[in-house]
Design a binder for this molecule. Structure first.
Ligand code: GLN
Length: 543
């Protein structure tokens, strides 16, 4: 994976802790916690051949995992891990793996499983406190989740912490920097878990804590320049969302107007959004942006389609056609401009680290590790490496790091904190067939809802919010006249990972105010409802 086209190779510029993933649901938290400590960390599957690494990590962490090391077919680390001569920390399965490697008899199924809190004594039998526990009180609450245990101390190791149930809650090698923990320091339920990871990464591995977005920015610019060359040009589609805006601003910093951004107005964007994106990208950030108004083509094509999947397919397909036609024009212009005089050789995408992690996670001994496609149906020639080479400058970053990078690039706060907005836009926020009139109603209602949310200071407490249109007609009375009007569905959720979500708890007066404005200001609407469904069973979007 390292050195793949488009990767911003942060591990070449920053001290890196390599996390090898054995399939634990907490593995990504290890990289998260380290990065919060300003130590760069990258995750790879446990099957990674270490001789194929394109960098030398300062330390290696073996994650937890659902398997039992002694079972046939369970995953094992490349034995070369011990030859790299860098500190190693095994967490749960990772520790069991270290012990098993030295002697398969070292790991057995425990007589009772241990899930949840345990009280840890951080000192060895001889009363010595290991540097792994520096600055930590000698008794701490830790979080365990295991059924297997060490039957004996592996040769050359001593105990550095114990718990009531685990004689070997933490072990360390006598002379080498190899450690094992039975508990999970990466979860917030473990007290001082972050200090422990810091002791390992900074104290024992000697990592510099220089992973900041300011520093990343400098490195990323240098890497982009090197990759693209002096004349190389880069093309991208932008949406006005956080990721593509930050990526575009970064490209502009690196290569100026040799970066070409294209925004396609698909007719189902939010109120004034196209103009706003133009102001943000072109005027405020100086990005070389082309806006194509294809709203009529999209809206015409959406006529008669009421199936949400078909809507998505149509919008995605049309987008490709339009983008590709524009790309050809840009390519011709770029090639003939003597000031730029290079052909477009790269296609930029705002892929983030969670997508990369998702494709790298260890899925089981027999499962093939799936390759990631974040492309969403972009023309093959743009991403298959034959026509245009892929460049993904945000590939190492988590969402909040992208936001921090956006701030470092001077992007205004409101944009940096923007909620996600789906590609098919308002089209999937109108149940059933889309018409220009319905888009207008949904757009107006959405604008009122979001403006009121901002006015009430609630925007950053909410993860995603919108108004959708239900095309069934409800009866109402307006100005003494009986009317039939559409129903507006308000949706606002909070979530950390978008996998599960809860409806936001608005004050009643707030909902009343929004209802009042919508029925008064949006012609054709006579009811407003608030969707209180959680995810699951609901989804965040309505269709
Ligand atoms: N499956 C192993 C056990 O039950 C490891 C669990 C883990 O890594 N959390 O002990």
């Amino acid at each position: 994976m390292s050195g793949e086209p488009g990767e911003a190779m942060a591990h070449q510029a920053f001290d890196t802790i390599l996390v090898l993933d054995f399939g634990s649901q907490y593995t990504h938290l290890i990289t998260r916690r380290l990065r919060e400590l300003n130590v760069f960390s990258e995750m790879l599957p446990c099957t990674q051949k270490l001789s194929e690494l394109k960098f030398t990590p300062k330390g290696i962490i073996l994650s937890g995992g659902p398997y039992s090391v002694y079972e046939e077919g369970s995953p094992h680390v490349d034995p070369a891990v011990f030859d790299l001569n860098v500190p190693i920390l095994g967490i749960c399965y990772g520790m069991q793996e270290l012990a098993y490697r030295l002697n398969p008899d070292n790991v057995i199924a425990g007589t009772h499983r241990e899930y949840g809190h345990a009280s840890l004594k951080a000192r060895s039998v001889d009363g010595h406190v290991d540097r792994l526990f520096d600055g930590i009180e000698d008794s701490m609450r830790v979080w365990m989740s295991h059924g297997d245990k060490l039957a004996a101390l592996p040769e050359g190791f001593h105990t550095v912490a114990t718990s009531d149930n685990s004689e070997y809650a933490a072990i360390g090698h006598e002379s080498k920097h190899i450690y094992g923990l039975q508990f999970h320091p990466e979860v917030t339920h473990t007290e001082n878990g972050t200090t422990l990871l810091k002791n390992f990464a900074v104290g024992i591995c000697g990592c510099k804590q220089d992973w900041t977005m300011q520093k990343f920015l400098e490195e990323a610019i240098a890497q982009i320049r090197q990759k693209v060359g002096e004349k190389g040009q880069v093309l991208a589609a932008v949406s006005g969302g956080v990721d593509s805006t930050v990526a575009a601003a970064l490209m502009k910093e690196a290569i100026g107007s040799r970066f070409w951004a294209v925004l396609v107005n698909n007719g189902v964007m939010r109120l004034n959004e196209c103009e706003q994106v133009h102001r943000d990208l072109s005027e405020a950030l100086g990005i070389n942006l082309t806006v194509i108004d294809a709203s009529k083509e999209f809206l015409d094509g959406l006529k008669g389609i009421d199936d949400p999947e078909k809507k998505r397919k149509f919008i995605g397909g049309k987008f490709i056609d339009i983008f590709e036609a524009e790309a050809e024009k840009i390519e011709a212009a770029a090639a003939s401009d003597p000031a730029k005089a290079g052909k477009i050789g790269f296609f930029m995408q705002g892929t983030l680290y969670p997508d990369v992690i998702e494709s790298l996670s260890f899925k089981g001994p027999s499962a093939t590790i799936k390759t990631h496609h974040n492309v969403g149906g972009l023309p093959a020639r743009m991403t298959n490496g034959q026509g245009l080479q892929l460049i993904e400058p945000l590939r190492s970053l988590y969402k909040d790091e992208v936001r921090a990078l956006g701030r470092a690039l001077g992007i205004r706060e409101e944009l940096v904190m923007r909620h996600p907005f789906p590609g098919p836009g308002i089209a999937v926020r109108i149940l059933g067939e889309v018409s220009p009139e319905k888009v207008e109603m949904a757009r107006q209602a959405d604008h009122i809802f979001i403006s009121e949310i901002r006015k009430a200071g609630l925007y950053n407490q909410i993860s995603q919010a919108y108004a959708a249109l239900d095309p069934s007609r409800a009866v109402g009375v307006m100005g003494d006249k009986r009317v039939y009007g559409y129903i507006i569905v308000l949706r606002a959720v909070t979530t950390t990972d978008y996998m599960t979500a809860e409806a936001f708890n608005f004050p009643w007066e707030f909902l009343q105010r929004v209802m009042n404005r919508i029925v008064n200001e949006v012609h054709g609407v006579c009811r407003v409802v608030y969707d209180v469904t959680s995810k699951p069973p609901g989804t965040i979007e309505l269709e």
